[in-house]
Ligand binder design. Sequence first.
Ligand SMILES: *Cc1c(COP(=O)(O)O)cnc(C)c1O
Length: 356
Amino acid sequence: MGHVKLFIPGPVEVSRKTFEAFCRPMVGHRSKDFQELYASIQPRLREAFRTTRPVYLSTSSAWGVMEAAIRNLVRGKVLNCMSGAFSDKWYDVSVRCGREAVKCQVEWGKPITGELVDRHLSAGGFDAVTLIHNETSTGTMNPLADVAEAVRRHPDVMLIVDTVSSFSVLPIEPEKLGIDVMLTGSQKALALPPGLALFTLSQRALDRAAQVPARGYYFDFVEFHANAEKNMTISTPSIGHINALKSKLEDIFEEGLENRYERHRRNNAMVRKWAKERGFELFPEPGYESLSLTCIRNNRNLDLPAVNKALKEKHGFLIDGGYGKLKGQTFRISNMGDETEETMGALLRALDDVIG
Ligand SMILES: *Cc1c(COP(=O)(O)O)cnc(C)c1O
C-alpha cells in the first residue's frame, strides 16, 4: 500500500523532517547527552504550554496520564464531565480505579458549562473534576475558561484537563485558569507519531499526590517530578519521540505560536464553509464547534465507507467515518498538525470528486 495521508483526528500525518528526527541514533537515557536533550526542550515546551512549570514526558499514550491523574489526585470522589466517547470513558476509568465517580453528563455535541459543573460541585466532597477540552468524538469544544472559573469557586477541588486534541491549536493558559493537570498526546496537533504524552502539574497537584497512598511507580507524579529535576525520566523513555519533539518545537517556533493558532483557525473555517456550502450540517451545538476538527452530520446520507474507500484508492487520503455510536451518522475531518490551506484544499477537492 502506498502512502495514505491521514485526515482523521489522530493519529495525523507526520512530516519527513519529524520522522528523520525520530530516527536519530539512540543515547543512553542516564547519560549527559540525554540530560542535555531533555533540558534543551524545556524552555520551548513551557512556552508552548504557556506555563512556567516543568513539562513532564510520559512514554505512554494520553490515557496513561488520564488514568494517572485519577490515581494521583483522587482519594475519594471525582466529578467526570461527560459529553462524548473520550469523556464518557474517563468516568469508566475512574470507576475502574476504584474511585467514587460522579457523572456530570450532557448529550453528545452539547457543551459542558461552568454553571452545570458548579451545580454538581455544590454537593461538596469532591477531590477533582475531569474535563476534556475538545471532545474529539463529536468535534465539540467546551468553554474551558467558564468551567475553570466554576471549579475555582470550590477551592479544594483540582481541575484535570485533557487538551489532547486542542493543545497548540489555540492558546490555553493553565496557570491563569488554575488548571492542576493539563495533558496532551503526541499524535494529534503536535503531529508526532503516537506513544508520548506530555503534561504539566500545579504545585498543589504535586503536594496532593505526595499525600495519596498507593500511587504505584510508573505513573507516580512525585517520581515524574523528582526525575525531571535531574533532566531525566522515570524509566527508559521513547528517545525517538523526544528527538522528534525537539524538531517539532523548532517548527512551531519558526512559525510562531500565534501564527500556528491562526493557521488552525483558518483551515478549520475552510472545512466548515465547505461543509455548509454542500448542504451539510455540523454536529456540535452552534457556538461550540471545535477548531481542531470538523464533525459533520451525514444529512445527505452518503455511504461513508464507500466514500472513504474511493478517497483512499483514488486520492490517497483518509477521513473518519464517525466515532463510536456516531459511526455512519457523522464524518470527521481533522485540520490538526502541519496542514496548510493548500493541503486542506486538496483534500476538499478530492472529497468533491468522490461525493460528486
Ligand atoms: C485521542 C484522544 C485521547 C486518547 O489518546 P491516546 O493517545 O489514544 O491515549 C484522549 N482524549 C482525547 C480528547 C483524544 O482526542
